[in-house]
Design a protein around this ligand. Structure first.
Ligand SMILES: [Zn+2]
Length: 285
């Protein structure tokens, strides 16, 4: 969901990583505290030996490649966030400091005002669609992905604008929860990982859309397609064609909106496409 003419005038890639690691040494030199500042919508990993489980609040999951990975939802409020891991049956915790929301403001003008000020019928349609979509976040199936994920376009153009605060026709709307990649209409859109088509169809805002379930709570999304090549329930392989780039739904030009949710958290999908050693790690003390 983006305005491509606005995109062209502004920096294309806004990396939301403003992760600042601060280590505080206490005077004894023995007891140490750490404070890791993380941006909402980012990702942190906590390496360690023999990790059995990772958790935030009441949600827990298995380690991935031996490490705990913590997705920080885009709308997480500023302040401390406790995360934990289990090793040899013992719970260890650390505190992440969630920084204030750092993203840019984007103003988008849509000629079709009915896509900004919705009719009663459209509001009802969006409510029904959102309900259906929200049902995906709780899916629990075995993990079928590996990091980094495969790019959804090949080659992947520069893109992004994850998290931008948006004003459509001067009215504030939800922040942008995916990354936009401008591409020609008809460009093949590829599965970022092996998975199952959890939902597909034509939605009010996202147009023709495909939602893939990759297991372990990871859902990837592909919006504004001109055509869909898969059906709900299909198994797809990493790199398989899901559909074609288009401009359906609330879009002003052909582009792919690519988004992910992991353990319900909206995070910048570009972080999952990057080499894993680029993801900020909790320092070992
Ligand atoms: Zn978008």
């Amino acid at each position: 969901m983006d305005n491509l003419s606005t995109m062209a005038r502004q920096p294309l890639l806004r990396t939301p990583l403003i992760l600042i690691v601060t280590l505080t040494l206490w005077s004894s030199g023995v007891a140490r505290s750490e404070e890791i500042s993380v941006a909402p919508g980012s990702l942190v990993r906590w390496p360690g030996e023999r990790i059995e489980k990772c958790s935030i609040g009441d949600r827990s999951w298995e380690p991935l490649a031996g490490e705990c990975w913590f997705p920080i939802d885009l709308l997480t409020l500023e302040g401390p966030l406790e995360v934990a891991r289990w090793r040899r049956g013992e719970r260890e915790k650390t505190i992440l400091q969630v920084a204030s929301y750092p993203y840019e403001v984007q103003r988008i003008t849509l000629q079709d005002d009915s896509q900004v000020n919705l009719s009663v019928e459209d509001l009802e349609r969006v409510r029904r669609e959102n309900q259906k979509i929200a049902g995906l976040w709780g899916l629990e199936s075995p993990r079928q992905f590996r990091f980094p994920l495969a790019p959804p376009l090949d080659p992947l153009p520069t893109g992004g604008r994850f998290g931008s605060r948006r004003f459509f026709n001067d009215q504030p709307r939800s922040p942008h929860s995916g990354a936009d990649f401008a591409a020609d209409s008809g460009t093949p859109v590829l599965a970022t990982a092996t998975g199952t088509v959890a939902l597909s169809g034509d939605f009010f805002f996202s147009g023709k859309s495909v939602f893939l379930d990759h297991g372990d709570g990871l859902i990837s999304m592909y919006f504004h397609l001109s055509g869909i090549a898969v059906e709900q329930g299909d198994s797809v392989d990493r790199g398989e064609i899901l559909g074609l780039v288009g401009a359906t739904g609330r879009a002003t030009g052909p582009h792919l909106h690519f988004g992910v949710r992991w353990h319900r958290a909206r995070i910048d999908p570009q972080l999952l496409l990057a080499p894993t050693d680029q993801i900020r790690a909790v320092p070992s003390l």
